[in-house]
Structures are given as structure tokens and as C-alpha cells.
Design a binder for this molecule. Structure first.
Ligand code: HEM
Length: 142
């Protein structure tokens, strides 16, 4: 297996984990809306358990992406879709980091007023990731 293949496998696997966790958390928000008491707490605990996976694989996704870019000798010669992709990656990453900060604050003080912001950032983050995925294929899969 070449270094390029290893980096691309890591990159695409991380995309799958990060987007899978992101979408399953959006579904869990919806499910939790209809629940109360212990059931609602259970769904929230399950969501909390996914945090470590998104933290690790967001870092692996970015590191493998930078590795792939380095291997290509940088962005020179890449088409406009790559720049659209990196703009979408910036939105995704900024929303992910902001959301993580609000989640940490929420887990610390259980301030329910933070939830609308967390949900909004989760939706914008997954939209950014979706745009990054589509523009990556338009940039690289000629
Ligand atoms: C710092 C962030 C990122 C960088 C620098 C980056 C860079 C790259 C590079 C250079 C490739 C080409 C691989 C090759 O040579 O074949 C690639 C492929 C790809 N990237 Fe990223 N990426 C980043 C983040 C993301 C994100 C957030 C997503 C989606 C959520 C994503 C989705 C993809 C996909 C689907 C491909 C495969 C395209 C194809 O070959 O069809 N990347 N990425």
C-alpha cells in the first residue's frame, strides 16, 4: 500500500465517522424532543458518548487531508472546486470547534439555553461537511 493510498483511506474513513456521528446526533436531538425523564437522559448520554469519536476523527481527517495536500505538492494546479472545498472545510471546522466549546460548557453547567446554539452549529457543520464532500469529488475524481 502506498502512502497516498494509506492517507486517502484514513481521510475517507474519517469523513465517514465524522459525518455518521454528526447525522446520528441530529437524529438523537429529534428523538429526544419526544421523550422525558430517564429516557431523555439516556438519549443525551448516548450522544455524549460519541464526542470522543468525533474529536479523534476530526483531527485524523484534517491531518490526513493536509498529508494528501503535501503529497500533491500543495494546491497549485487544483481547480476551483478545491477552493470551494476548503471554504466549506473552514465553515465545518469553525462550527465544530464552536459547538464543542458550547457542549463542554453545557456539560459543565447543564445550561439548557445553550442547546439551541449547539443544535444550530451541528446543522451548519454537517452542511459544510456535505459541501466539502461533493466539491472534493468534483475537484479530484476527474
Ligand atoms: C483540512 C482539511 C482537508 C484537506 C486539506 C483535504 C485535502 C484533500 C486532498 C488533497 C484530497 C485528494 C486526495 C487524492 O490525492 O486523491 C482529498 C480528497 C478527498 N477529501 Fe479532503 N481534505 C480536507 C477535508 C475534507 C473534509 C472535511 C471532507 C468531507 C467531509 C473531505 C472529503 C474528501 C473526499 C470525499 C475526497 C476524495 C475525492 C476523490 O478522490 O474522489 N475532505 N482531500
Amino acid at each position: 500500500m502506498s502512502l497516498h493510498q494509506a492517507l486517502l483511506i484514513l481521510h475517507l474513513f474519517s469523513v465517514a465517522v465524522v459525518m455518521g456521528v454528526g447525522i446520528s446526533n441530529l437524529i438523537s436531538f429529534r428523538v429526544q424532543r419526544k421523550l422525558e425523564g430517564e429516557a431523555a437522559k439516556g438519549v443525551a448520554k448516548a450522544r455524549e458518548a460519541t464526542l470522543i469519536y468525533s474529536d479523534i476523527f476530526v483531527m485524523v481527517l484534517v491531518a490526513a487531508g493536509l498529508g494528501l495536500l503535501w503529497q500533491r505538492g500543495g494546491a497549485g494546479g487544483l481547480n476551483a472546486w478545491f477552493h470551494v472545498k476548503m471554504a466549506a472545510v473552514a465553515v465545518w471546522l469553525a462550527c465544530f470547534v464552536a459547538m464543542r466549546i458550547f457542549i463542554a460548557r453545557f456539560l459543565h453547567n447543564q445550561d439548557a439555553a445553550l442547546m439551541p446554539r449547539i443544535k444550530l452549529l451541528a446543522h451548519v457543520a454537517i452542511t459544510g461537511a456535505m459541501v466539502a464532500l461533493v466539491s472534493a469529488v468534483l475537484a479530484f475524481a476527474g
